[in-house]
Design a protein. Structure first.
Length: 120
C-alpha cells in the first residue's frame, strides 16, 4: 500500500465526515468556517456528494425615500431593518469546521414552567 493511497483514503474520510455532519445539521442554523478563514452563518438546505447549499442571511436596511424626518435633522421613525436569506453553494472540500449556533432560552425566575394548582 503506497502513501498516496493512504492520503487519498484519509481525504475521502474527511469529506465523508463533513458530508455526514452536514446531513445531521440539515435545516439547522449553523456556522460554517472555510479553510481560507471566511465564516458564514446560515441554514443548511441541501447536501450533495461534493457540495452543500446554505441559505446565507444578509442584513437589509430599508432606504428612506421621503425626507420627512422633521426637516432632515434625523428625528422621527427609524429605518426598518430586516434579514434576507439567499441560497449559496459551497464545496465540501473548502469547509474546515461546522458548528451549531447556540440559542439560549430565557429563564424567568418567577415562572417555574408550570404552576401546580391544587385541584381539590
Amino acid at each position: 500500500m503506497s502513501i498516496e493511497h493512504q492520503d487519498f483514503n484519509n481525504e475521502q474520510y474527511q469529506f465523508r465526515n463533513m458530508h455526514d455532519s452536514c446531513e445531521g445539521y440539515m435545516h439547522h442554523h449553523v456556522l460554517l468556517n472555510h479553510q481560507d478563514g471566511n465564516s458564514f452563518d446560515g441554514i443548511i438546505v441541501d447536501v450533495d456528494l461534493s457540495n452543500v447549499t446554505v441559505l446565507v442571511g444578509e442584513d437589509v436596511i430599508e432606504e428612506d425615500t421621503e425626507n420627512n424626518r422633521y426637516g432632515g435633522y434625523g428625528y422621527g421613525a427609524p429605518r426598518r431593518r430586516f434579514r434576507r436569506y439567499r441560497p449559496r453553494r459551497f464545496p465540501l472540500a473548502s469547509l474546515a469546521a461546522l458548528s451549531l449556533l447556540p440559542y439560549v432560552a430565557p429563564v424567568y425566575p418567577g415562572y417555574p414552567g408550570y404552576y401546580p394548582y391544587p385541584y381539590y
